[in-house]
Write a protein that binds this ligand. Structure first.
Ligand code: DX5
Length: 237
């Protein structure tokens, strides 16, 4: 199955009108990644997110580009890498070659954020920018023309299974207003504490991409039931 080619801005009009469920691979059984990825694709995942952590930007250490590249043939689902690493510009080419269609970097981790986003687009990939809970929206308003995804962290990054920080809702609303005012083809992604109890409030605030880790990986009836439950909490498309 060949994935539909995306316009340079990243999203089609249909994408912008819809929403996406994005399982995080962080909570998958790491000893069975190939099966877990194929299972998530069968379960209806729109995109699969790799949480890349360097033990410096965040207090945890996870996968690198080699694991992502090794897993690329296991599924046709699109990959995006959420780079929670210091100075990600050093590794853009490596993560591009690994088979990601989007790289998301943290504004707090880049001295030259604008240049790093250009670098990602220079590799022919989509670019995304992420901000931690303590970082104001203003930090990224001058680079939104370079990205197709604005990732607003709804937990402090580093671990799955944390509680959704509701005080991020006003930031999501302001971001949605700013994007609408400037008519930017950018989707707001939220990450952390997303579950059937929190996804609708995030949606109503303006989010359209929902990263979920434990809510999907630890669901008693499996990933398909988990994703169906999340979709059931949202308006029908
Ligand atoms: C945390 C990661 C998240 C995490 C989400 O730093 O960026 O993607 O895996 O896990 P849950 O959904 O369990 O909060």
């Amino acid at each position: 199955m060949t994935r539909p080619s995306r316009p340079p801005c990243g999203y089609t009009a249909a994408d912008l009108a819809a929403y996406q469920i994005v399982p995080s691979t962080l909570s998958f059984d790491q000893s069975r990644l190939a099966d877990e990825l194929a299972d998530a694709e069968r379960a209806g995942a729109d995109v699969l997110q790799w949480d890349v952590m360097d033990g410096a930007f965040v207090p945890n250490l996870t996968v690198g580009w080699d694991i992502i590249a090794a897993c690329r043939p296991c599924t046709n689902a699109p990959f995006e890498a959420h780079l929670m690493i210091q100075e990600p510009g050093r590794y853009v080419t490596d993560f591009a070659k690994a088979g990601n269609e989007r790289l998301i970097v943290h504004a707090e981790a880049c001295v030259h954020l604008h240049r790093v986003l250009q670098q990602i687009r220079g590799e022919g990939l989509q670019a995304g920018v992420a901000i931690n809970p303590g970082t104001p929206l203003g930090r990224v308003e001058h680079v939104l023309d370079l990205v197709d995804t604005l990732l607003i962290m709804t937990v402090n990054p580093g671990f799955g299974g944390q509680k959704f920080i509701t005080t991020m809702l006003p930031k999501i609303r302001s971001a949605a207003l700013l994007i609408a005012e400037r008519e930017l083809p950018v989707l707001i992604e939220v990450d952390g504490g997303i579950s059937r109890d929190t996804i609708r409030t995030a949606y109503d605030a303006g989010a359209r991409k929902f990263v979920a880790g434990t809510a999907i990986a630890n669901h008693a009836q499996g990933k398909a039931a988990a994703i169906a439950e999340l979709r059931a909490a949202l308006p029908t498309e």
